[in-house]
Design a protein around this ligand. Sequence first.
Ligand code: 3NM
Ligand code: MG
Length: 522
Amino acid sequence: MIDYSLYLVTGRELLPQGQDYFDSLEQSLQGGVTVVQIREKNTDTREFLDIASKSKIICDRYNVPLIVNDRVDIALAVQATGVHIGQTDMPVSVARKLLPGGSVIGVSCNNLQELEKAITDGADYVGIGAVWSTSTKNLDKPVIGVRGVGELLQKLDGTPVKAVAIGGIKAQNLLRTLHGSVSTTNRALDGVAVVSEIVTSTRPREAAASLCKILSAFRNSGAILKAMRTRSEYNVESVLNGVIRIMACVREHNPLVHQITNNVSITQSANATIALGASPIMATTAQEMEDISRINEALLVNIGTLVSTAYEGMVLAGSCANAQKKPVVFDPVGVGASRFRKGAVNTLLNTWQASVIKGNAGELAALAGSNEVQSKGVDSIGSGFRDPVAFVRNVAQKERCVVVMSGKTDYISDGTNVAILSNGHELLGRITGSGCVAGSCIASYCAGAMNLAQGEDREGKLVLGDVFLGAIGGILALTISAELAAMREDVKGPGTFFPALIDELSMLSTRNIRERARIQIL
Ligand code: 3NM
Ligand code: MG
């Protein structure tokens, strides 16, 4: 059995100046590479053979299997463990006939057709790529994206075929790659294949060791089986206690909540954030994202009025937040309204891991590719999903995060548990931006949840803090405050409602939450 965890594909042309190929290979084995593929694209047979046989001796010393790219004859000559076959190379069946019994054959796959063929052909493993863009290889097929890898992995269920992802994998995006590519059936990658992250390093041992550390931290975190859940069990009592702790923490610590949002509701969002006790920063420009990501405690990305400058900021801000394990709340406003928005949402979700995705039924339907609920612009039309509980749970599993479906009843799932909240008031639907404000409330409470998690184990986690509780808390704070605001005598309609809502958000008490929360946990 091959351990596919850290699969090195060689690339002699990428070695740093003065770095010896064999020395680099040996160091990477010392760092923890578990399988090596010799890849020589423009090397004469004699030289290829020479490199392969010397590499084989080194790999043998570390008990690491050697696989040869494309060339069955070289694999035979050096008694390699197997071959790796591209889509334009020799068919698997022919290679299988030529190689000794028990040889390992891997196939590069970019899409479902190629994957299904590789399974039928009897491949032992597949290399799924490119998951990220890369300059190491000229890509003639589309980049799959982390979420696309998950969809392909699902097709391997019930087969003995192993899978590694390849293309642009770095220490900095490895955890996100591993987490985001787990399928809805909990099929995870067996490993990752890298070229440049190890080969271009002047310290390949350390480069490999860093990747190994992340791989084992991810496996040990138990995160494969969970989308984002941090506690094993929730009930109404524990959830309300958690929300109340978060509320107090937000007021005490005034977390900085970075919000890239739309120009319709930006003022409402900033005001609501302040009212809850958090501190908003509404920065949008890419150049300042890295600095802000160091000081913020949560990020909100809202595509309500998407413009290209803010879009660049969104791409970068989310990656920075992931790198710092800070919660990312994503509001794909009107994702069904245009192809542009759909494409942007797809790119954003393939680039970074959202911690919470919040949308109305129409937006989440568009995101999930369901036509059960339609949208009109940014609004949802119709009565909603036949089985909203199953729907949010499935989207949470697929997107590997907490999903909030807002509406008259709000459904929140971490992929396992579902909270059903039925607080709120119809006046919320008669002002602009109440959905966007909900995003700000969730981000503020996720920041509070992260604050409460300081000192907890960080290893293998993509985000710190219980974002399921953060999402529930944000929705409860807003919808209960709306009820209290609507009860006021001076509130005559939507115009007077909004300022009253801000007042109530700032005065919300533990008692209000305990007495008014209408919550069910499944
Ligand atoms: N195959 P790096 S991408 C060899 O998509 C290879 O099948 C790919 O290099 C595929 O880790 C790739 O430097 C290059 O991005 C991967
Ligand atoms: Mg090939």
